[in-house]
Design a protein around this ligand. Structure first.
Ligand code: ADP
Ligand code: MG
Ligand code: MG
Length: 877
């Protein structure tokens, strides 16, 4: 039962592999000190203590003693004493979960100060300004984190003090000002809590520890965990560490750096620092910091030491690191290292380059890129050929372009997003309270803060475009406007931001989609070497097929033919077919459609030459091709009041009657899919003829065409048997006529529970299966996909469902049907080819499931093909 682990002296007890117990920050502080890197001495209280505390409402017995003993060790290492009035040891209290949750949990610095020890600190250091600067910081943080008093109260007291003194920066305040602020802050605390600020150091520490553990369950932390799929049981560790001071004057400072550029991935030391500053000053954007290069001139020795350390860290952890450091009177201390968040482009560049450098192997590189990140890479940038009006330029903090209406608060962004409206969130700076709104907005624009500010880090993590530190802008929250140069932009006005250049643009810009870069190509090639699951695409047009092929699709898994029926030139013939009163006139109409369908298939087969193409025969109910009933009735009334011929009136009237006849109460479960093929076999016969004529024609020209004809919405093997007979009769006779023998398959979609449950019978007829998981989800849950928007959000909010089952395959229910279908299908026909089409075919978790249950391929929309390729590789690794 060890609750406390020491780090930072030569008795360091933890190490990097103990993240579950010590949290990421604690484990890495220990590891740095094991590597001989200067880390202020401290100790970590384990995540286990957090879990116990939150569960039982009290600490495990003996914890207090462990903490007291650890403090004694810090005292002997630092030669300062905790709670001492002359030579006080001050502490930072820092949270740290297993994975980094930037800004989610709060830190208290300079803990241990009180009205007397601040005097001692001033005397001991001979730096009164520093002592009171530390005290006012401590009061602010303690009040905010531990006593839960609004930060704004202290912020506005500080601002009005600066205003009174006509100074801009915190550092320009003098000792007397700071002393007055300290008094003012204590009054605020007394007013807000009804109690005096606690003067006892040990009591302060206990309160801070309680608060950090408690903050695991604050709203911000919960939101972040939800967005990132982090389990609530993990808990956080608490790190208690002796303070080092970056606010002791011109030879002190604090900074944040990345071992490679987190926006582009370029191999260069990247970071920022502030002289005479402490803690969060850089990240919070209190002042605009200096680029790390400038440190080379001002403190060359420290700079060289920092460079050595960063290289050592990257070499040791074999990944890009995000580091925090503080310089106390020319002496460097490392305060944190962790795996750096990065954009999708950077993730790919870093992963491929680290393989080249021999730092990691290809499999590791593949796992360093999340499939969903690729999606962001394929997201829009500004069309370089377009012209636009740049109002201002800030820092290019997170690449990509975004367009939206200006909003000034996170809540507003969230509200607008609920109505499907796009926004750009414009803030002076962002803080963890804004996370929800940042997620809801298209892009983020801040006035203050650098490349490592909260806004920049979070936006890069989310893959949202962000322009940070655009100091030319002034926001007027009262008027809900911002001014920049001669422009005044109101809430609701359209602006665009370019996170790759930092440009802030008036109005809406044209966006274009970027292509696949060489580095992405490399990653995808490596993924192809690893994966066993094939990746096909859902494509209805030759254009989509070409796009998908360029993205690496290995065939079409779903070509929907109804799309083709909707074409403007087709609709009259389609309607004629539907209106036909007897089979002869229906066949006449179908004859007109035949050559058009043949042309469609020629185009698609050509685009996918050499790869299989699965064509689904007509699926939707016929009334979808007719006009809306009310419209026809309106037309009829219009005709009645003009002098139209009776014949025309009769024609329109008949359409109206036909619509009434075809109307269904529940069309999704109505006359569609193979049910159409059974009542009107000639429709499917025409389609089969068009498919096979196209295939034969092209194979005559020497092309390799692999048609797969797919019958939708089968629930009973006899339905398939019936339809298949019609289809194969046509196919065989066309081939005979054209004198060509082609390999082709006739298979079915498995998209109804009965089909999955009787897959062994269905496999007697079906030569392939494709799980239509959209319909299968609808029919398994009994949720209408088109109506689910009304209730699914409540299901997700209340936690009844973890994911939208139409986006992420429900493995426990729908997935079981898939499994049963595969097992039964293969029992009858061991080599049957089985795939999945529908939204899930491009969703990484569902792809992993598909791999594990033994699918042969997934099929997804063209832009998701690269994502699926990588996800299929991840499924193997
Ligand atoms: P976060 O998890 O939000 O990054 P940290 O625990 O890293 O929070 O603390 C925030 C800031 O406080 C850090 O940037 C670091 O510079 C500063 N800090 C933390 N501990 C100390 C310390 N012992 N001495 C000086 N500064 C510290
Ligand atoms: Mg930190
Ligand atoms: Mg379907």
């Amino acid at each position: 039962n060890k609750f406390v682990y020491i780090f930072g002296n030569n008795e360091t007890e933890g190490k990097n592999s103990m993240k579950d117990l010590l949290g990421g920050k604690g484990a890495n502080l220990a590891e740095m000190s094991n590597l001989g890197i200067p880390v202020p001495v401290g100790f970590t209280i384990t995540t286990g203590v957090c879990t116990l505390y939150l569960k039982n409402g009290q600490y495990p017995p003996g914890l207090e003693e462990h903490i007291d003993n650890a403090i004694k060790q810090l005292e002997s290492t630092t030669k300062k004493n905790f709670g001492d009035l002359k030579n006080p040891l001050l502490l930072s209290v820092r949270s740290g979960a297993r994975v980094s949750m930037p800004g989610m949990m709060d830190t208290v610095l300079n803990l241990g100060l009180n009205d007397d020890s601040v005097v001692g600190l001033a005397t001991k250091t001979g730096n009164e300004r520093f002592a009171y600067d530390s005290y006012r910081r401590f009061l602010t943080m303690f009040a905010n984190v531990v006593l839960d008093i609004d930060h704004e109260k202290f912020e506005s007291a500080l601002s009005s003090k600066k205003k009174d003194k006509c100074v801009k920066q915190d550092n320009d305040l003098e000792v007397e000002d700071l002393k007055e602020l300290v008094e003012k802050f204590k009054t605020i605390i007394k007013d807000e809590t009804g109690k005096d600020f606690p003067q006892d150091a040990r009591e302060q520490l206990q309160m801070a520890i309680d608060a950090v553990f408690g903050s695991w369950n604050n709203q911000r932390a919960i939101t972040y965990r939800k967005l990132n799929g982090i389990p609530g049981e993990w808990g956080t560790a608490v790190n208690v560490q002796s303070m080092v001071y970056g606010n002791m004057g011109e030879n002190s400072g604090t900074g944040v750096a990345f071992t490679r550029d987190p926006a582009t991935g370029e191999k260069r030391f990247f970071g920022e620092y502030l002289i005479n500053a402490q803690g969060e000053d850089v990240v919070a954007g209190i002042r605009t910091p200096q680029p790390i290069k400038a440190l080379k001139n001002t403190m060359p020795v420290v700079y060289d030491q920092l460079v050595d350390i960063y290289m050592k860290l990257e070499d040791h952890f074999k990944d890009m690191q995000d580091i925090e450091f503080t310089i106390e009177k020319g002496k460097l201390f490392m305060l944190q290292t962790r795996t750096g968040k990065r954009t999708a482009a950077a993730a790919i560049k870093i992963a491929t380059e680290m393989v080249e450098e021999g730092l990691i192997d290809k499999d590791t590189a593949l796992l360093r890129v999340e499939p969903e990140q690729i999606d962001r890479l394929l997201h829009p940038n500004i069309d370089p050929t377009s012209t636009y009006e740049v109002m201002a330029t800030g820092l290019p903090a997170s690449p990509g372009a975004a367009v939206g209406e200006v909003v000034f608060t996170a809540e507003h962004a969230e509200e607008m997003a609920k109505n499907g409206e796009k926004t750009i969130l414009v803030r002076a700076e962002t803080s963890p309270e804004d996370i929800g709104g940042m997620n809801a907005a298209e892009g983020i624009l801040t006035v203050r803060g650098g490349m490592t500010s909260h806004a920049a880090v979070v936006a890069r993590g989310m893959g949202k475009p962000c322009v940070a530190g655009c100091g030319e802008i002034t926001i007027d929250m009262k008027e809900k406007i911002f001014n920049v140069g001669d422009y005044t932009v109101k809430e609701g006005n359209m602006i665009s931001i370019d996170g790759s250049t930092g440009n802030v643009i008036l109005g809406e810009v044209d966006l274009i989609l970027p292509g696949v870069t060489d580095e992405l190509e490399t990653i995808l090639k490596w993924a192809d070497e690893v994966r066993t699951l094939k990746v096909r695409t859902n494509a209805d047009t030759p254009h989509d097929a070409e796009v998908a092929r360029d993205f690496g699709a290995e065939g079409i898994g779903l070509c929907r033919t109804e799309h083709m029926f909707f074409g403007e030139d087709r609709i009259p013939a389609v309607r004629e077919m539907i209106m036909a009163e007897d089979i002869e006139s229906r066949k006449m109409a179908l004859k007109k459609l035949l050559p058009m369908q043949r042309e469609d298939f020629i185009g698609i087969f050509k685009a996918m030459e050499g790869f299989p193409v699965t064509i689904r025969l007509l699926d939707p109910p016929l009334h979808e091709f007719l006009p809306v009933h009310e419209e026809v009735m309106d037309k009829l009334r219009e005709l009645e009041s003009s002098d139209t011929s009776q014949k025309e009136m009769d024609r329109v009237k008949k359409i109206g009657e036909r619509i009434e006849y075809l109307k269904e109460i529940n069309p999704m479960l109505g006359h569609r899919g193979c049910r159409l093929g059974i009542t009107y076999p000639e429709i499917y016969e025409m389609q089969a003829q068009a498919i096979i004529e196209a295939a034969c024609e092209l194979s005559k020209e020497g092309m390799k065409i692999v048609p797969e004809i797919m019958i939708p919405l089968v629930s009973h093997v006899k339905e398939l048997e019936f339809v298949k007979k019609h289809v194969t009769t046509v196919v065989e006779s066309v081939m005979e006529e054209m004198g060509i023998k082609l390999d082709y398959l006739v298979g079915t979609m498995i998209e109804l529970p009965r089909a999955a449950l009787t897959a062994d019978q269905i496999a007697k007829e079906a030569e392939f299966f494709s799980f239509g998981t959209n319909d299968l989800t609808q029919t398994t849950f009994g949720f209408s996909r088109d109506d689910a928007g009304k209730f699914l959000p409540s299901y997700l909010e209340s936690g009844i469902l973890e994911d939208d089952p139409f986006a992420v395959l429900d493995q426990d229910g729908v997935g079981q049907l898939v499994k049963i279908g595969i097992e039964k299908g293969r029992a009858t026909r061991p080599d049957i080819k089985i795939g999945i089409c529908g939204e899930h075919g491009g969703e990484p978790k569902s792809i992993k499931f598909g791999h594990n249950v033994g699918l042969n391929y997934v099929s997804c929309s063209p832009f998701r093909v690269p994502i699926a390729r990588l996800a299929a590789a991840h499924a193997v690794l």
